[in-house]
Design a protein. Sequence first.
Length: 279
Amino acid sequence: MHEIALVPHARLPRAYHDRHVLGSTVDAFGTAHWLLAERAPGRGAGAEPYDALVVSVTDGAVETTELSGVRARWPELDRLPDGRFVVASARCDGDGGSQVQVFDRLGREYGAFSVGDAIQHLLVDEAGDLRVGHFDENPLGIRRWSATGELLWASEDDPGIGWILDCYALNVSGTAVWACPYVDFPLLEIRPGQDARRRTGIVGGADSPAVHGERVAFLDHGRIVHGEMTGSSVERRDVALLTRPEGGPVGRRRVASRGSRIYVGYGPLAEWGVFDLGG
């Protein structure tokens, strides 16, 4: 099997390597973010809020934002187009509190709202809306929220999508959403004002799709599986082993799919590489 190496994208500066990495992502505009704290937060209903630091890296330039009073124990992070941050707890903390916090550019809580338990994916699009995909302990499928907490759309209301037990993989690019839900793992194409398209998948359990024109690629257990979309299916074209930029297996990782790109976080989330189907 031939190999495809990730292209280096961003690295957490060494000055912050003594901090605990709570989460990391790459936003809709390609900036990598790390959510850091002095130590892992306490858990349980009685756990106190904590302060955290967001380190953002764009083309080597570093920016930091101190967040005050973070409540998420299993945090998911992303940045809004205006520079504010959203931090969501992947699991409810059992205290009845809001699950998503919005922080202004100075790191102060600007607002909070609940999107429901069991968050598998949190991706902010270029317009500033939140796309949330849930896993099977709260099978709400995929929902779109405004940054003020207004529910704008839900996959469960679209008969063309069908019931989603687990939003296993999610890609958000502009207003388009691509998803691979459990259990049959079709490739769903969801666009505003259009009927959702459902194509028979070629990969069961892939955690990241990338889409460019009629071509699609999936990250599947360390492999990149290439395919071509037809009217109702995806035809397999090629399989390659994905490696780190310097070679060697990626290992444990975190992913963020944005259009033709799959960003892959590795090395205890201190580095991000990118596979670009359109590159």
